[in-house]
Design a binder for this molecule. Structure first.
Ligand code: SAH
Ligand code: SF4
Ligand code: F3S
Length: 513
């Protein structure tokens, strides 16, 4: 993309903010807009542009020679994958990766804004990095990711974290070489956050984490606007990658020997809805991916809203499509779901699960739950517990509601004290653990297929990997099986993992049947 094209996108101008200034608002007028539900809801008028010719500009090549970069990633897989892209850009510029902040020349914090404690971790880390910067003024510290898309965060950093040299958002990571150059040249904090909702840029370089499992973005952004959630503001509007680009990427990964791919999107079921020239949805994509010689294909995350029958039919075909679905429910109370803006009820969620279970009888279902949504009553919370018991989820991520600036829920009065919310979380987690353990128990004595990822984190004598349903399995076997699919006989089931005995490596033909 050349300079002219970039500017023609509109609203896209870099800004440099002076750390000494007190009134920073002028810097945001063209490059930055605070999360605004009203504005965001009017989204859609702007065209999404595709760029498939990304190249590192000649003038930047070699700028990293002799320099090292370090990226710390917070948040979801989307962020992890963005980190892989940024690592790819750093490498293309000549930088070398390092695993400690102490010998890094550039440190990037790829941040998450989903809950307050996620943000606090980042502010804490910035505090820890200050002495490093004082010792080494040449060090460049950058903040990127979802927090950078929030006006309050950018202001706070400008005012109190002068160790930071650059801030950039989620829509312009491909501008990293330009932003870095500006950070080197300028004594001032470089802020480049685009209010533009995002384009699709193909051919970005990537350095993937590992060579066994890979992430593949299929869409970006979110248009669901659940009333508690910041993501639609930090990630822009829903936009899907073209099927041919995705299929080509997966084929390429298969050829490189990857064994598992996870398709990524905030709401993958909305995939393709934004195409106006093509009738091609997630079901079609999954159906096409079945023919690629890669043993496992997953996706995350599905919103119950767009989960269509065609998708269930395709998933039921099995093969490399695994029988695990992460289907966040958030609450078991229809009235809370309504205020959350989730668009389904307790009953329609149950109906959907029944349909899925009928088509894929041995499916493993996992979920996300928020407790302590504003004014959630004891009875409404109990409904979440009973739904959990009814659905028998095999695992759940559970959270206490955290108000996010600029979202509708943050403006709701809340009369539930924090200690009540904490107690609810504890009660819920007990139920979660009970059903997780139950789901594991049934594996005792069974033979499972495991994709071996490496040595166990706790014991390097032991190898570990995951089953198709994402159960962690530990067992002893020669290191040569790392990266392969193996059969393991389960001897002991724990709540969150299985121990077993290695049987044999799975032959290729077996995998594809
Ligand atoms: N797109 C996914 C969720 C991504 S965020 C989906 O809709 O299913 C991951 C999880 O974080 C959500 O499912 C929700 O449970 C939780 N979450 C999001 N916003 C939150 C908030 N403000 N407070 C607490 N938890 C939140
Ligand atoms: Fe957030 Fe809802 Fe979008 Fe998920 S679907 S990212 S919870 S707004
Ligand atoms: Fe966090 Fe952004 Fe992901 S807010 S959960 S990193 S999309």
């Amino acid at each position: 993309m050349n300079e002219e094209q970039r500017l023609s996108i509109g609203e896209v101008k870099p800004a440099i903010a002076n750390k000494e200034e007190k009134d920073y608002s002028q810097y945001f007028q063209t490059v930055y807009e605070p999360p605004s539900l009203k504005k965001a809801r009017r989204r859609g008028g702007e065209e999404v542009s595709y760029f498939d010719d990304f190249e590192i500009d000649e003038r930047f090549k070699g700028m990293g020679n002799g320099r090292k970069f370090y990226i710390r990633t917070y948040g979801c897989q989307m962020n992890e994958h963005d980190t892989e892209v940024m690592a790819g850009i750093f490498s293309a510029l000549g930088y070398e990766a390092t695993t400690t902040v102490d010998d890094a020349d550039v440190i990037l914090l790829n941040t998450c804004a989903i809950r307050e404690n996620a943000e606090n971790k980042v502010f804490g880390e910035l505090g820890h990095l200050k002495p490093l910067k004082q010792r080494n003024p040449e060090l460049v510290i950058g903040v990127c990711g979802c927090m950078s898309q929030e006006e309050s965060v950018v202001n706070k950093i400008l005012q109190t974290y002068d160790q930071v040299d650059m801030i950039f958002g989620t829509h312009n990571i491909h501008r990293l070489p330009n932003i870095l150059t500006e950070a080197y040249l300028s004594k001032e904090m470089v802020v480049e956050v685009w209010s533009k909702e995002g384009d699709i840029i193909e051919n970005l370089p990537k350095v993937r984490h590992g060579d066994i499992k890979a992430w593949v973005n299929i869409m970006y952004g979110c248009d669901k606007f659940c009333t508690y959630c910041i993501v639609p503001y930090t990630r822009g509007k829903e936009r899907s990658r073209r099927p041919e680009d995705i299929i080509q990427e997966v084929r390429h990964l298969a050829a490189q020997g990857y064994q598992e791919i996870t398709l990524l999107g905030q709401n993958v079921n909305a995939y393709g809805k934004d195409f106006d020239d093509l009738n091609y949805r997630l079901a079609d994509l999954m159906d096409d991916l079945r023919y690629i010689d890669i043993p496992r294909v997953r996706f995350t995350t599905s919103h119950p809203w767009d989960f269509e029958d065609e998708l269930i039919e395709v998933l039921a075909k099995g093969g490399n499509l695994v029988e695990h679905i992460h289907l966040p429910v958030q609450s078991g109370s229809s009235s809370i779901l309504k205020i959350m803006g989730r668009t389904y009820t307790r009953e329609s969620y149950i109906e959907l699960v029944e349909k899925i279970r009928k088509a894929i009888p041995d499916v493993a279902l996992t979920t996300d739950i928020i407790v302590g949504f504003p004014n959630e009553t004891d009875e409404q919370f109990e409904e979440t517990l009973t739904l959990f018991e009814e659905m028998k989820f095999e695992m759940a991520f559970t959270y206490i509601y955290s108000p996010r600036d600029g979202t509708p829920a943050a403006r709701m009065e809340d009369n539930i004290p924090m200690d009540v919310k904490k107690e609810r979380l504890q009660r819920l987690n007990k139920v979660v653990n009970k059903y997780a353990a139950k789901a594991m128990d049934k594996y005792e004595g069974e033979i499972v297929e495991v994709l071996v990822e490496g040595e166990s984190k706790k014991n390097d004598e032991v190898l570990s990997g995951y089953t198709r349903k994402n159960k962690l399995v530990n067992f002893k076997a020669p290191k040569s099986v790392i990266g392969k699919l193996v059969k393991v006989k389960v001897t002991v089931a724990r709540t969150w993992s299985l121990n077993g005995e290695f049987l044999h490596v799975v032959e290729r033909e077996e995998v594809m049947n």
